[in-house]
Unconditional design. Structure first.
Lengths: 108, 115
């Protein structure tokens, strides 16, 4: 069973700062997802990665398959980025394993 | 609009009273799944389905049943709810039938309280 660890668990930063959230997993995977959950509960998919790097607006996600590690970066952070960010990995055929999430607060 | 719809969004019930949480998607997705989210534990998979009439247990299936009689619907059934099933439940779907191999679309969540 894959173990997924996210760091930090909690992060408070000032508006405009560059944010990095990390995700490490224990067993080789075929895909990794980054999800965003705003207060109030809804979950949206940000990225699905199997290699390399993806960018969408101010968000950048990278993955290093050899090191079993992925990072989510937010440039020019804004209070509306305040949310829980969740990493999820796909290993075999038995579904997804989720990290416990990183609680991000961006203060104005 | 492409979406995953769950109902009810909020429900308070009592121990032992059977209930069903419905999930419907309008994107012709192959893969559907149910998760529960609890403080400190994160999201955990309950059941998933790769196709009509094909369902499999996730990490925490005890006390739950599912069915996939039509491609668009994947209801979660609690035959005899207990207080430890109080949780926030999410349904999700994906175009690819392989778990996690495609972008995930989540419903808005159903907050269930069992007294």
């Amino acid at each position: 069973k894959n173990e997924v660890e996210q760091s930090p668990q909690n992060l408070t930063a000032q508006e405009g700062e560059f944010i990095t959230i990390n995700c490490s997993y224990s067993v080789g995977i075929s895909a990794l997802h980054w999800l965003q959950q705003h207060p109030g509960g809804g979950i949206v998919s940000l990225f699905m990665l199997s290699s390399g790097k993806k960018k969408h607006g101010r968000l950048i996600a990278t993955i290093n398959i050899q090191e079993k590690h992925s990072s989510l970066h937010i440039t020019a952070s804004h209070p509306r980025d305040s949310a829980v960010y969740i990493c999820a990995v796909r290993g075999g055929a038995d579904g997804l394993t989720f990290g416990k999430g990183t609680h991000l607060i961006i203060q104005p | 609009e492409a979406q995953v719809t769950q109902n009810p969004r909020y429900l308070i019930t009592v121990t032992g009273k059977k209930l069903t949480v419905t999930c419907s998607q309008n994107m012709n997705h192959e893969y559907m799944s149910w998760y529960r989210q609890d403080p400190g534990l994160g999201l955990r998979q309950i059941y998933y389905s790769m196709n009509v009439e094909v369902t499999d247990k996730g990490d925490v299936p005890e006390g739950y049943k599912v069915s996939r009689k039509e491609k668009r619907n994947f209801p979660l059934i609690l035959e005899s709810p207990s207080p430890n099933q109080t949780s926030l439940y999410f349904c999700a779907s994906s175009l690819s039938r392989l778990a996690g191999a495609g972008e995930l679309f989540f419903g808005e969540g159903s907050r269930l309280t069992v007294l």
